[in-house]
Design a binder for this molecule. Structure first.
Ligand SMILES: [Zn+2]
Length: 247
């Protein structure tokens, strides 16, 4: 026989009936000592048959958050792929910058003991289809991109997400903007995907968040990213770690 629960006593569904049984025993002992019946004997089977299972059920229903380990994993993926560079600035490709960023974020998450899944390791950057598959079963899914615009002045950080992830989206954008010295776009860094004209909507509709790490077309933002992306990645990981541990 193999026991599946090593530490059953930590559960209220076990504790409450044990407490109930102990109290019943105490009543029986007191009745015997005083030779007086508080609980007529014919009610004993009713109490054993009904009250104890009810206590067990109650124990099952009362949440014990401290007993719950975080389930699932964080899916961390890089936009575009090895065959699709995304936006470019001269020889610099969005797909390569965000792959480096993914690797740095994953490094810090794993250091903190968070389970992660990615769309590749090292320079590998699998296409969107593999990122989409990773969302299923994940507790959080983030994908990194860089913006591009015809105007070289366009700048700022934004995270595109569903309204339910507004707070997390804003926290992620603030982390990146603070590390890189950039401003926030949208609603304090959040872009409501229903109001976004961008592509990759399938990723967000499936529950993922897209973090735009700045404009590759803006020389100052590109330089800041290249100089400090590890600091930004560490800040992003910190937000995700706090989110996972609090979830
Ligand atoms: Zn992109």
């Amino acid at each position: 026989m193999k026991f599946i629960e090593q530490n059953a006593l930590q559960y209220l569904s076990v504790k409450l009936p044990l407490l109930g049984a102990f109290l019943m025993l105490a009543v029986l002992v007191i009745q015997w000592a005083l030779d007086f019946n508080f609980v007529p004997q014919q009610y004993a089977p009713f109490i054993v048959g009904t009250v104890l299972p009810a206590l067990s059920l109650l124990g099952r229903k009362i949440a014990q958050p401290s007993l719950h380990q975080p389930l699932g994993f964080v899916a961390v993926t890089a936009g575009h792929s090895n065959s699709d560079p995304g936006a470019v600035n001269g020889k610099i490709k969005e797909s390569e910058l965000v792959t480096n960023f993914r690797n740095a974020v994953v490094h810090y998450l794993r250091e903190a003991g968070i389970t992660t899944r990615t769309d590749g390791t090292g320079t590998q950057n699998d296409p969107l289809s593999s990122a989409l598959k990773l969302i299923k079963g994940s507790s959080t899914a983030v994908e990194f991109h860089m913006n591009a615009a015809a105007s070289k002045q366009a700048n700022g950080i934004e995270t595109i997400a569903l309204p339910g992830d507004k707070k997390l989206a804003q926290d992620l954008s603030v982390a990146v903007a603070t590390a890189l010295g950039s401003r926030l776009r949208g609603d304090n860094g959040w872009i409501d995907q229903s109001k976004s004209a961008r592509g990759s909507l399938a990723y967000i509709n499936a529950g993922g968040l897209i973090v735009e790490l700045g404009f590759i077309s803006n020389e100052a933002e590109l330089a800041a990213f290249q100089a400090r992306y590890w600091i930004a990645a560490k800040a992003v990981a910190k937000v995700l770690i706090e989110y996972e541990k609090g979830a």
